[in-house]
Design a protein around this ligand. Structure first.
Ligand code: F0G
Length: 454
């Protein structure tokens, strides 16, 4: 076998990207209140804001979209979607939603009430917000190792099972309507959860009669890490590993915008007939009839095909290798990153990168701004702006869209990061001018911290 890992596809349709000057970007950043969510994508050269909804679809997906059945009820596209989901995830009920957070909202509305407590390895921002919006308390139980960015651990996404036991005995089983595991753990650095941990969490849940839900957004990448790193799985296919992962779960939430290789979509899975009925009733209220759930028939078709393509071993090998490539090339020059690199993204440790900027001055936001000004690269802060007092780290995530950028794009990103690394002492902290009561990172406006103190 040749050693070079190549992109396992060729490119049929191209999308031009536009160059801007550093002066232009400095002006745009200031006008956007130092918030990269508020910058137009045509002023971005390489967009690593998210791997969500940004995948390039395959010829097979585009072909399937032509078969999209747009019937309001009983669409055959839904049947194909459900068959594809059930073959991997196994849940008796599959409820389509327009994206992951819609599944979260429905799940928490049905399962939680004021005073409920929902443990997770680490809640993603929308998961935490939807959980809290239902009146419940979202509790993160990552491993202690997960809070140390430089520490290498094969399954840094694992839940701390001792703390889960403690939480259940402290709060009482009645207050905990479900336990969640986010695979891979996005907010914790895109780190995988081992099969042993999923099994251990399930055993604890089963002993207390609490259902286990997987936040399955990046299930294929998690399955591939299990194949690479967990004893006993090297000979299994990613599909077999995924099937085993879901065999321990009572349900899942899924954003098909990640490992569904689709630009929109998601679903809620459950084995529970009663819950499924309540969830479908709510679905009709805001998302749509249960055979489309806020999606077009053609979106259901794209997901049905994408879920199979994402489990292709050659695709997963290329995917994990391209993330590792970016990580290695910056880490070997001293850039502090979360180790080992995750599946979908490289996370820079902004507190270590900018030790002169205290967490209260948003080092992650400041660093993301500097990368934009330097080279038109857009990333996202996962830290104090996103999570407020719940933030234990300030990370800058460089999320890699699936099948979109080539190795030379990654070489360019490496060059820009290293240039910012050399000039890190010049980067200033920020302070908030304006913010929303929840999910503030999407719309907050900031300014350089020194400007206000003058
Ligand atoms: N759970 C996880 C772990 C996620 O990463 C996301 C989205 C969601 C749930 C919500 O899914 O966007 O379809 O509503 N993450 C994106 C990101 C937005 O950039 O990481 P959604």
């Amino acid at each position: 076998m040749p050693k070079t890992i190549i992109e396992p596809f060729r490119i049929k349709s191209v999308e031009p990207i536009r160059r801007t000057t550093p002066e232009e970007r400095r002006r745009l950043l200031q006008a956007a209140g130092y918030n990269l969510f508020l910058i137009s994508s045509d002023a971005i050269l390489i967009d690593l804001l998210t791997d969500s909804g940004t995948a390039a679809m395959s010829t097979e997906q585009w072909a399937a979209m032509m078969r999209g059945d747009e019937s309001y009820a009983g669409a055959v596209s839904f049947e194909r979607f459900r068959a594809s989901v059930q073959a991997i995830f196994g849940f008796r009920h599959v409820i389509p939603t327009h994206q992951g957070r819609a599944a979260e909202r429905i799940l928490f509305t049905v399962m939680c009430k004021r005073g409920s407590v929902v443990p997770n390895n680490t809640h993603f921002d929308t998961t935490r917000a939807n959980c809290e919006f239902s009146g419940a308390q979202a509790v993160d139980l990552p491993l202690p190792e997960a809070r140390q960015p430089a520490l290498i651990h094969p399954f840094k996404g694992n839940m701390d099972t001792a703390r889960l036991e403690e939480l259940i005995s402290r709060e009482g089983r009645e207050r905990i309507p479900l336990v969640m595991l986010t695979i891979t753990n996005n907010s914790g650095g895109g780190q995988p959860v081992s099969m042993a941990n999923i099994r251990a969490v399930k055993q604890i849940c089963a002993r207390h009669g609490i259902p286990l839900y997987l936040d399955a957004c990046r299930f294929a990448e998690n399955a591939y890490f299990i194949k690479l790193r967990e004893p006993g799985y090297a000979g299994k296919t990613p599909r077999e590993i995924a099937q085993e992962m879901f065999s321990y779960a009572d349900g899942c939430t899924m954003s098909a915008k990640k490992d569904g290789l689709a630009n929109i979509g998601g679903f809620l899975g459950t084995h529970d007939d009663l819950l499924a009925q309540q969830e479908k009733d709510l679905l009709i209220l805001t998302e749509g009839f249960p055979t489309y759930g806020g999606l077009a028939g053609r979106d259901l078709e794209a997901i049905a095909v994408g879920l199979n393509e994402v489990l292709d071993e050659e695709y997963l090998s290329y995917r994990i290798a391209s993330t590792a490539y970016l990580a290695e090339h910056i880490a070997r020059e001293g850039v502090p990153i979360v180790q080992p690199p995750g599946g979908h993204a490289v996370y820079i440790d902004a507190r270590a990168f900018l030790p002169h900027v205290p967490p209260a001055q948003f080092p992650g936001v400041a660093l993301a701004g500097a990368l934009y000004v330097q080279g038109g690269v857009r990333s996202v802060e996962i830290g104090t702006l996103m999570f407020g007092e719940h933030a234990t780290m300030d990370l800058v995530r460089l999320a890699i869209p699936r099948r979109v950028y080539t190795q030379s794009h990654m070489d360019y990103v490496v060059e820009i990061i290293l240039e910012v690394w050399r000039r890190r002492a010049e980067i200033q902290g920020l302070e908030i001018l304006q913010q929303a009561p929840f999910l503030r990172h999407f719309s907050a406006r900031l300014q350089p911290a020194s400007a206000a103190s003058k």
